[in-house]
Design a protein around this ligand. Structure first.
Ligand SMILES: [Zn+2]
Length: 203
């Protein structure tokens, strides 16, 4: 039984075929550690953390520090245009996720020191329960992730070496699930190719 809808899977195929998504294994991973802004999804996020950790170990030949920052909906929550940008409790707003994530990054820089965490990964995923709940398409999810990445880079000038968008997909039920990469797959989003493609979609 597929986890992603046919529409979501179609979007994944379009991005991959246009070169907007490339398998992460083709990229050389930095040896330094990552802060990873990701969804708190209990089904998809834990296997991705494990898969990424073993991939980094295989490529780098050593363990790589991972510091997850989880927010329901993932990194797009940091974008003020996102439908899940604000967290409320009993009807009152208690936090905006841009400030929440930036506060966490500031904390990471203090406790992990720049030697251990030098990179920030923005990891939107599909299927995302929060995106479905709020009617946020995969295209909008990734576009908002890109906007938040730009803002974050400006808020922390030169404080991190790399800012990368690394989406992940649960391809259970589709042919790619039989790939050696398995149903939970890691990709790098190429921004220019993605935005060119997103412009043509009705998002
Ligand atoms: Zn999610």
């Amino acid at each position: 039984m597929p986890v992603m809808t046919e529409e979501e899977y179609g979007a994944f195929r379009k991005m991959r075929d246009a070169g907007a998504l490339i398998p992460i294994e083709e990229e050389r991973l930095p040896r330094s550690g990552w802060a990873k802004i990701m969804c708190g999804d209990g089904d998809d996020t834990p296997p991705i953390i494990a898969a990424y950790k073993s991939l980094a170990q295989r490529v780098n030949g050593e363990d790589t520090c991972t510091h997850p920052i989880t927010v329901e909906g993932g990194p797009a929550a940091g974008c003020s245009a996102s439908a899940f940008h604000r967290l409320s409790f009993k009807g009152s707003e208690i936090v905006r996720f841009d400030e929440f994530i930036w506060g966490r990054l500031e904390g990471i820089l203090k406790i992990k020191t720049s030697e251990r965490v030098k990179n920030v990964a923005y990891m939107p995923h599909c299927k995302c329960g929060m995106c479905r709940e709020t009617g946020t398409s995969i295209w909008t999810n990734f576009l908002h992730t890109g906007l938040f990445k730009d803002q974050t880079r400006a808020v922390f000038p030169k404080m991190f070496q790399n800012h990368k968008i690394l989406p992940f997909f649960n391809l259970t039920g589709y042919p790619e699930a039989d790939d050696p990469m398995g149903p939970h797959q890691l990709w790098l989003l190429r921004r220019i190719e993605f935005e060119r493609l997103a412009e043509k979609q009705n998002v």
